[in-house]
Write a protein that binds this ligand. Sequence first.
Ligand SMILES: [Zn+2]
Length: 175
Amino acid sequence: MTSGQRLRQIANVLNATTLLGLLLARCARTAVRPGPRGLLIATGYRWPLPFAQAFTVGNVVLFRAQAPEALSNPVLLAHEERHSSQYAWCLGLPFLPLYFLAAGWSLLRTGNPGSANVFERLAGLEAGGYLGPHRREKDNVRNSKGPNNKVRKRGGQQNGRKAGRKGRRPDGIEA
Ligand SMILES: [Zn+2]
């Protein structure tokens, strides 16, 4: 673990968000195991909210998938890890209202909670699944309301992309 990762781990213990994540993981009856870089991996999360294949509370990353699948997706884990760092930077719990404000702003602007959400952008939109099927919705909104009303990024390649990522849920209201 690097010193930065250690610092994040300590910060999220002290600001109580890792404890909150563990409580949530326990209430949702997930299996928790130590993960890389000071993270804790909870798998088999089944509650309906949030609409995300994974989300993070403190240093706890909760996956809907079971362990083999969750642990074989380093790109998504890296995305969630950035959210863990965001908790530390926000001093813990303030991350949550800030995140929901950013998600609401994004929803108003783009029709989905991720594309214009500063936390998701910093965590990586593609890694978080935001550049999949939602891309078309986002562009349609931009085409109708945005400052540049040019028709962009519409057409057949979106269908191919959508088909290619079928079954992958955008990681919506994720923390
Ligand atoms: Zn995310």
